[in-house]
Design a protein around this ligand. Structure first.
Ligand SMILES: C[S@@+](CC[C@H](N)C(=O)[O-])C[C@H]1O[C@@H](n2cnc3c(N)ncnc32)[C@H](O)[C@@H]1O
Length: 327
């Protein structure tokens, strides 16, 4: 079975959506839903979330979930579950929630956040997906239209370094009355944004005073590069054996980088937890740094950052000079 109508054409979308929802209702019998759930709660029930799941490419045109997409379905569901406690805190905020998905890629989380807020919380949550790759943004726009979320989900093609949030938000959500003074930003999420893009996302969220910053880092090489320079220079230090061994250097630098990010977020007044994100033996990119804005800047955390930098060879993160307040 194929979708006869173009689900992105405003003239035919309503008919397509009604037909697809009817197909989902027919396909997802209670026994099929129970087999999918296998005793777990479904945060994205296949009937209620049918259009979203179709937009994400998880449901086929006949509304079935092919075995090849079951793993992705659970990954997407898991993202929401892990972010749940922090998202619940956001729900207590008044009015429209505003979120940036930094390095949004093919916009799985971008769309799911808008959907959950509308379908489950009855709350308007606007998401700006930002990515430097125009191809993934084009795919994201199409997906948002298919899911019927294009009033809530907008996109910007831009690098995150130096990203002008106020201008981009104003451009994306044109009628926003707050943009002249910069929009209130409630959250920044960044899942596996490459290399220093995670630090860019943290800086963006901290400067905007976001209540939640949640990042799952990916392949950050800045510190490893600095340690390689120390090894090349024959520098002495307790960490010299790690500086000199490429694999150990890369792995250790990734962990220390996350610890340094954690301290910089604490220094900026956030309560931070670094937790396992996607339990999997197949990926090491499974740390989620979850930061919730709590109070004033914490000089002790900044001192701890400086101490960790000193103990590991004197190389820190450029992020340290980009975080508020400036020390
Ligand atoms: C591994 S993908 C992850 C996509 C998505 N967040 C997810 O979890 O499915 C990383 C994305 O970050 C984008 N990206 C990496 N560095 C970036 C930068 N400096 N500025 C903007 N986008 C960036 C890439 O184009 C890519 O789409």
């Amino acid at each position: 079975m194929t979708d006869a109508a173009d689900p992105t054409d405003p003239a035919t979308r309503a008919g397509w959506a009604a037909a697809f929802t009817a197909r989902a209702e027919a396909h997802w019998t209670p026994s099929r839903v129970a087999a999918l759930a296998a005793g777990k709660a479904l945060v994205l029930p296949p009937i209620e979330a049918a259009l979203l799941l179709r937009a994400l490419g998880l449901l086929r045109a006949d509304a079935s979930l092919p075995p090849s997409e079951v793993r992705k379905y659970w990954q997407v569901s898991h993202m929401v579950t892990v972010l749940g406690p922090a998202l619940r805190a956001l729900r207590e905020r008044e009015g429209t929630l505003r979120v940036v998905d930094a390095g949004c890629g093919r916009s799985y989380l971008t769309l799911v956040l808008a959907w959950i807020a509308r379908a489950r919380w009855g709350q308007r949550l606007e998401v700006l997906g930002v990515d430097r790759n125009p191809d993934v943004i084009a795919a994201g726009r199409r997906r948002a239209a298919i899911a019927g979320l294009d009033d809530l989900v907008r996109f910007a093609i831009a690098p995150l370094d130096g990203f002008d949030l106020a201008a981009a938000w104003s451009h994306a959500f044109v009628r926003d009355p707050d943009v002249s003074s910069g929009p209130r930003l409630d959250a920044v999420v960044a899942l596996h944004a490459c290399d220093t893009a995670t630090c860019d996302a943290i800086a963006l969220g901290a400067h905007a005073g976001a209540a939640l910053i949640a990042v799952a880092p990916c392949c950050q090489a800045e510190l490893a590069r600095g340690w390689a320079e120390l090894a090349d220079a024959g520098a002495a230090g307790a960490f010299a054996p790690i500086w000199a061994a490429p694999h150990l250097r890369r792995e250790t630098a990734a962990e220390v980088t996350d610890a340094l990010r954690t301290l910089l977020l604490r220094a900026a007044g956030y309560e931070v937890a670094a937790i396992e994100f996607v339990p999997s033996p197949h990926t090491r990119k499974n740390t989620l740094v979850r930061a919730v804005r709590r109070g004033p800047p914490d000089p002790a955390a900044r001192a701890a950052y400086d101490a960790l930098v000193a103990a590991t060879g004197g190389r820190g993160l450029a992020l340290a000079d980009r975080m508020p307040p400036r020390w």
